[in-house]
Design a protein around this ligand. Structure first.
Ligand SMILES: *Cc1c(COP(=O)(O)O)cnc(C)c1O
Length: 356
């Protein structure tokens, strides 16, 4: 039969497509989205701005207005080079594609962002996941031993880490950068909620350190815009595997417009951080729930029976992420995205009966 069997690479056949849970009619606390829309007047002026965009033209591959807005909003110095992606997911993919020499290995700490492994498999790289310690900090001797043994082409570190929410000790991250013969990418998708914790100031001081950020968790997930910042010699190679025109004109124009007014997004992020503390305190008061510290816009917690609690919350109209089965260290863990105060309150009220 002229089907895909025997033609599609085996490792792709074994892969499961990235799953997005249906959320219609539910309070959506599963995907680390900012729960707030733009203020109406800002949304209207954005619409007017986008009406002036020349959608008959291909995007400008070096969009100076967008780059300047990103640098200003994120404090990225002019001397650091930048590559833009269709979300940071595309940056992961570009890095994997560029580094996928036969036998090359990607290293990541686990549990972490599932797209690291997926991007390795898609690009045809080997993948090695080194388990975190039970408190979700890196097991540094094990990581350093793996680096020596496997000589990974790239090591991914999410800072803060998803789905655990914590910031790894700075010295551990720097020790991994120092010990790595290949590239180390620090993925700061959750930087808006991390209280200023960042490796941005380290970029440029290490020949093998690249930083990745995104506007997704800041409140612009629908635009699909991410970026890599780092030494020119690495970024030049990644830029070669970037598809031409990967960031569309409407996303570029909307992001430049909104990042030039980033105070709105920043104050939403501050509200999310305040509400995270309320959610954490509420979770701590529920018997049977043990939650982990978070520097991100979500909170990880262990319950007696996560699949059951997940189902119970869903019946009560609340969608969260069930991580039970995703990794042994995540047994009976649920991940709650911080929503609006009202949504968080609904979660806190629904959780005790959902736990049952
Ligand atoms: C959500 C997330 C991203 C995805 O970012 P996009 O820019 O939306 O593709 C990247 N890294 C981590 C660790 C994430 O949790």
């Amino acid at each position: 039969m002229k089907g895909p069997d025997g033609w599609v690479r085996e490792e792709i056949g074994a892969l499961r497509a990235y799953h997005v849970a249906p959320a219609a009619g539910l309070v959506k606390l599963d995907a680390m989205e900012n729960p707030y829309r733009l203020p109406a007047d800002l949304a209207r002026s954005l619409g007017e701005h986008l009406a002036g965009v020349a959608i008959n033209r291909y995007p400008d591959p070096r969009d100076a207005a967008l780059e300047a807005a990103l640098r200003a909003a994120m404090g990225i110095p002019g001397e650091l080079d930048m590559v833009l992606g269709n979300g940071s997911d595309e940056i992961l993919q570009m890095i994997a594609v560029a580094l996928a020499r036969p036998g090359a290995t990607m290293l990541a700490l686990e549990p972490s962002f599932v797209m690291y492994r997926m991007s390795a498999v898609m690009a045809g790289m080997e993948y090695a996941g080194i388990p975190l310690a039970p408190d979700f900090t890196p097991d540094l001797p094990a990581v350093l031993a793996a680096i020596e043994r496997l000589r990974p082409a790239v090591t991914w570190i999410a800072y803060p880490n998803n789905p655990t929410g914590n910031l790894f000790p700075r010295e551990s991250v720097l020790a991994i950068v120092e010990a790595s013969p290949g590239l180390v990418v620090v993925d700061e998708a959750y930087y808006p909620f991390a209280g200023g914790a960042s490796f941005l100031a380290e970029v440029g001081r290490h020949p093998n350190l690249v930083l990745v950020r995104t506007v997704s968790k800041l409140g612009l997930a629908g635009l699909r815009l991410g970026l890599a910042v780092g030494p020119r010699d690495w970024l030049r190679e990644f830029d070669k595997v970037r598809l031409p025109y990967n960031v569309n004109v409407l996303s570029a124009a909307a992001a430049a417009f909104l990042l030039a007014r980033h105070e709105v997004l920043d104050s939403q992020a501050r509200a999310i951080v305040r509400d995270r503390a309320v959610l954490e305190a509420g979770l701590d008061a529920i018997a049977g729930v043990s939650r982990f510290p978070s520097a991100a816009n979500f909170v990880l917690a262990r319950v007696p029976d996560a699949p059951r609690a997940f189902g119970g919350l869903r019946e009560r109209g609340i969608l969260v992420k069930n991580l039970h089965g995703a990794h042994p260290l995540l047994a009976n863990c649920l991940r709650f995205t911080v929503g609006t105060p009202d949504e968080n309150q609904r979660l806190l009220e629904a959780l005790p009966p959902a736990i049952g």
